[in-house]
Design a protein around this ligand. Structure first.
Ligand SMILES: Cc1cc2nc3c(=O)[nH]c(=O)nc-3n(C[C@H](O)[C@H](O)[C@H](O)COP(=O)(O)OP(=O)(O)OC[C@H]3O[C@@H](n4cnc5c(N)ncnc54)[C@H](O)[C@@H]3O)c2cc1C
Ligand code: FES
Ligand code: FES
Length: 494
C-alpha cells in the first residue's frame, strides 16, 4: 500500500529539519528563505546564472564517516531531492563564539564586498572549494567563481581574499559538520526497494499530495523502470539544471517526478579495457575528472560548461535527452562514437548517439524508456581527438558552435574520421560530407574552400539568436582546419 507522505528530511547545522506539507516543485531556495528565514541566501536570477543562491549540499561519503559537499544553485533545485542530505548556508559558517569563517574574514579585510548582494553566494562557492582544495591557485579560485556574478566589487579583491584565507591551516577552512554525520545516518534513504507480499516493487514517494501528485526518489534502477512503466508521463529528474528552469520560468508542475540522484547504480562509472559506462546520474563534474587525461579538449569543454554549481549536479544524460541544438557535450560524444544504454522495464537496448535524435528535441526514446548509461569509448592508439567551444563569453555561456573531431593518424594520413557539431542543425550531429573529405587525406590535401562547400552542402543556412550563419559556418570550417593542421604539425615534430 502506497503511503501518503509530505515530509522531506534533511540535516541543517546539527539538526534534522522535517519540511512538512511542501509541494513537489518547492525550490530549496524558497524553502530556506520563506520557511527557515535563512535569508542570507539570495535570489538574483532564479535560473542558475548569477550564483547569489549558492549553498553547499552534503552527502555521507562512501565510508559513512564524513560529509562530501558540492556547490549547488538552490534556486533550481527541488526541495524533495534534498531528502536524506545535508545543507550548509552562509549562516552555517559563523562559529558559536561569533568567529567568522576564514573566507568571510578575508573578504572583510580585502574589501571583497560592496553592495553585498552577491557575497553570500560567493562565500559559499569559495568555502565549498576550500573543503577539498585548501591550497588553490589563482586560476582555481577564478574557476570556482565562474558561476558567481558580482557587478560592483570586481573579482581581484575577492580572489585576493580567498588566497589570504588559504594561508591558514586546512583544518581551519573545514566547515563544522561533526554533529551532522550521525544525523545523516539516521535519515539515510532506504537502499532497497519496498516489495509487496506478491513480490511487486512499491515505489514509496517522498512527497504525495491528496490529488495523487508525487515526487519519488528510488534507490534502484528496477524501481525507476517500474515507476516509469506505471506512470509513463513521469518527468525524470537528474541534475535539475533544465527542469529547475522549467519550474521557475514556465511554471511546469509535472504530476509525477522521479529523482535519479539516489540511485547508486546510476551514479556510478564502470569500465573495461575499451570503454567507460557512465551512469545516467553521474555529474558532469565527475565526468570532467574521469576523462581529463584521455580527452583534455573534452575536459576543457566541460570546464566551460555552465559553472561549478551547474556541473556539480548536471548530467550527460540530461544534456542528451534535453537535446538542445547547442547542447555542449554531444559534439564530443558523437565524435568519440558514444552510445546510450536505454532501458524500458527489464529490457535494455544500445543506441549509438548519432542515431538518437529524430529532429529538433525529438529522439527515439519510447514511452516509459529512459537512459540508463552513456558508453564512452576509451582512446585507441594514434587517435587524435580535438574539440573547442565558441561562445560569446568564455565561462557560463552556451555555444554558438562547438566542433569535435576524432581521427587516427597513419603516418600523415587521417583515417576513421569523425566530425561533429552543435549549432548548425536542429540537433547536434555528425558531418559525413566533411568526414569523407578528410578520410585518407593529409593536412596539405585539405582546402578551406572544399570544407566550405561541404558545410554548405550539409546544413541549411539559418541565422540564430546567438550567431549569424555566416559566423557559425566560418567558425565551423576554421576549427576543422585548425585541428587537422595542428595534428599534422605535432606529428612532424614527434
Ligand atoms: C546556468 C546554466 C548554464 C548552463 N550551461 C550550459 C552549457 O554551457 N552547455 C550546455 O550544453 N548546457 C548548459 N545548460 C543546460 C543544462 O545544464 C544541461 O542541459 C544539463 O546537462 C542538463 O542535465 P540535468 O541532469 O541537469 O538535467 P535535468 O534538468 O534533470 O533533466 C533534463 C531533461 O532530461 C531528462 N532526463 C534526465 N535524465 C534522464 C534519463 N536518465 N533518461 C531520460 N531522460 C532523462 C529530464 O526528464 C528532462 O527532460 C545550462 C543550464 C543552466 C541553468
Ligand atoms: S538566483 Fe541566480 S543562480 Fe540562483
Ligand atoms: S558586491 Fe555588489 S554585486 Fe557583488
Amino acid at each position: 500500500m502506497t503511503q501518503v507522505t509530505n515530509t522531506v528530511r534533511f540535516v541543517l547545522d546539527g539538526q534534522i529539519v522535517e519540511a512538512q506539507g511542501v509541494r513537489r516543485t518547492t525550490t530549496v531556495l524558497d524553502y530556506l528563505r520563506e520557511d527557515l528565514q535563512r535569508t542570507g541566501t539570495k535570489e538574483g536570477c532564479a535560473e542558475g546564472d548569477c550564483g547569489a543562491c549558492v549553498i553547499m549540499v552534503g552527502e555521507l561519503n562512501a565510508a559513512g564517516d564524513a560529509v562530501d559537499y558540492k556547490p549547488v544553485n538552490s534556486c533550481i533545485q527541488l526541495l524533495p531531492a534534498l531528502d536524506g542530505k545535508s545543507v550548509k548556508t552562509v549562516e552555517s559558517l559563523k562559529k558559536a563564539d561569533g568567529t567568522l569563517h576564514p573566507v568571510q574574514s578575508a573578504m572583510v579585510e580585502c574589501h571583497g564586498s560592496q553592495c553585498g548582494f552577491c557575497t553570500p553566494g560567493i562565500v559559499m562557492s569559495l568555502t565549498n572549494m576550500v573543503q577539498t582544495n585548501p591550497t588553490p591557485t589563482r586560476k582555481d579560485v577564478a574557476d570556482a567563481l565562474s558561476g558567481n556574478l558580482c557587478r560592483c566589487t570586481g573579482y581581484i579583491p575577492i580572489i585576493d581574499a580567498t588566497l589570504k584565507a588559504c594561508s591558514q591551516p586546512a583544518s581551519e577552512l573545514k566547515v563544522d559538520d561533526q554533529a551532522d554525520v550521525p544525523l545523516l545516518k539516521e535519515i539515510r534513504r532506504p537502499q532497497h526497494p519496498t516489495v509487496s507480499l506478491d513480490g511487486d516493487i512499491i515505489v514509496q514517494p517522498v512527497v504525495r499530495t491528496r490529488k495523487g501528485s508525487e515526487f519519488v526518489s528510488p534507490s534502484t534502477i528496477e524501481e525507476v523502470a517500474t515507476y516509469l512503466t506505471t506512470f509513463p508521463e513521469t518527468q525524470l529528474l537528474a541534475g535539475s539544471t533544465e527542469i529547475g528552469l522549467q519550474v521557475n520560468k514556465q511554471f511546469s508542475r509535472p504530476k509525477h517526478i522521479c529523482y535519479l540522484g539516489n540511485v547508486k547504480a546510476l551514479a556510478t562509472v564502470t569500465e573495461d579495457a575499451s570503454a567507460w559506462t557512465i551512469g545516467a546520474a553521474v555529474s558532469l563534474a565527475t565526468v570532467e575528472v574521469l576523462i581529463a587525461q584521455a580527452y583534455p579538449d573534452f575536459a576543457e569543454v566541460l570546464r566551460r560548461f555552465g559553472s561549478p554549481p551547474i556541473r556539480s549536479t548536471a548530467t550527460l544524460a540530461g544534456n542528451i535527452v534535453n537535446g538542445s541544438p547547442i547542447g555542449d557535450t554531444m559534439p564530443c560524444l558523437l565524435a568519440l562514437g558514444a552510445s546510450l544504454t536505454l532501458r524500458k522495464g527489464k529490457a535494455t537496448r544500445s543506441v549509438m548517439l548519432e542515431n538518437f535524435y529524430t529532429g529538433m528535441k525529438q529522439n527515439v526514446l519510447q514511452p516509459s524508456e529512459f537512459v540508463e548509461a552513456v558508453v564512452l569509448p576509451k582512446p585507441s592508439s594514434n587517435q587524435i581527438f580535438r574539440a573547442h567551444k565558441i561562445s560569446k563569453r568564455f565561462e557560463q555561456d552556451i555555444s554558438a558552435t562547438c566542433c569535435a573531431v576524432s581521427f587516427t593518424l597513419n603516418g600523415d594520413r587521417m583515417s576513421g574520421v569523425k566530425v561533429a557539431y552543435n549549432g548548425l542543425a536542429p540537433s547536434p550531429c555528425r558531418a559525413p560530407k566533411i568526414e569523407a573529405l578528410l578520410e585518407g587525406k593529409t593536412a596539405v590535401d585539405v582546402s578551406a574552400d572544399a570544407i566550405d562547400a561541404a558545410i554548405a552542402d550539409s546544413f541549411t543556412a539559418r541565422d540564430g539568436l546567438r550567431a549569424t550563419w555566416a559566423y557559425r559556418s566560418l567558425v565551423a570550417r576554421n576549427l576543422v582546419m585548425q585541428f587537422v593542421e595542428e595534428a599534422a604539425g605535432a606529428a612532424q615534430e614527434a
